[in-house]
Write a protein that binds this ligand. Structure first.
Ligand SMILES: [Zn+2]
Length: 176
C-alpha cells in the first residue's frame, strides 16, 4: 500500500477499546458499510446532514440521487425535489455531545509523521526522544497548526503518496 493510510488503520486496530467513546465502534472506521459514513477525520462541525433529490413525480418513482442534475430513470424528469437526510440516533448524539469524534478527549494522542497514532504519556514522549536520539532539548520546536478543511484535504492527499505526511503538510510551506 502506498503512502501511510495502512499505518493509520493499524493504529486504530491496535488502539485499546477503552479509548473509544462508548457510543462508537472501531468497526465503523475499519469496516465502513457505505462510503458516506466514514467520518474518519471528524471536524466536529455537527455535519450529520446531507441532501438528496428525487423527481417531482415521486409518487410512482422510487429513485433518489445526491446530485440534482440527475434524471429519473423511471419517468425521465429532472430530480429537483430536495430531501433532507436524517442521521440515525447514534450519529446525532455524537454530534450533539461535548466531544464528537471517536476517541475519548481526556487522553492526549501522538500522531507520528507516518500517521502512526498512539495514546501519549510522559514516558512514551521520553522514549521517543531517546529513539530519535535527541540529545539537546533546544533542538526541539513546538509548532501549533491550524487544521481546517483545506489542511484535512491536504492530509488526505498526502497520506496516499508520502510517508512524511505532517512534514509535507505543515512544515514545507512555512519554510519558504
Ligand atoms: Zn421519476
Amino acid at each position: 500500500m502506498l503512502g501511510c493510510v495502512a499505518n493509520l488503520y493499524e493504529s486504530i486496530e491496535s488502539l485499546n477499546e477503552t479509548y473509544i467513546q462508548p457510543n462508537q465502534s472501531k468497526d465503523t472506521l475499519l469496516k465502513p458499510r457505505a462510503p458516506a459514513s466514514i467520518p474518519l477525520l471528524s471536524l466536529n462541525d455537527g455535519q450529520t446532514e446531507a441532501v438528496f433529490y428525487r423527481c417531482c413525480y415521486g409518487r410512482n418513482c422510487n429513485c433518489v440521487s445526491d446530485d440534482r442534475r440527475a434524471i429519473c430513470p423511471q419517468c425521465g424528469n429532472a430530480m429537483t425535489i430536495s430531501l433532507k437526510y436524517v442521521a440515525p440516533p447514534a450519529a446525532q448524539e455524537a454530534s450533539a455531545g461535548d466531544e464528537g469524534g471517536f476517541v475519548k478527549g481526556v487522553v492526549t494522542y501522538m500522531v507520528m509523521d507516518d500517521l502512526v497514532v498512539k495514546p501519549m504519556s510522559t514516558i512514551s514522549s521520553i522514549a521517543l526522544l531517546n529513539k530519535f536520539n535527541v540529545k539537546e532539548i533546544e533542538a526541539l520546536e513546538e509548532k501549533a497548526v491550524i487544521l481546517g478543511m483545506n489542511e484535512a484535504l491536504k492530509l488526505l492527499k498526502t497520506s496516499l503518496e508520502s510517508k512524511s505526511v505532517l512534514t509535507n503538510v505543515f512544515m514545507k510551506s512555512v519554510g519558504k
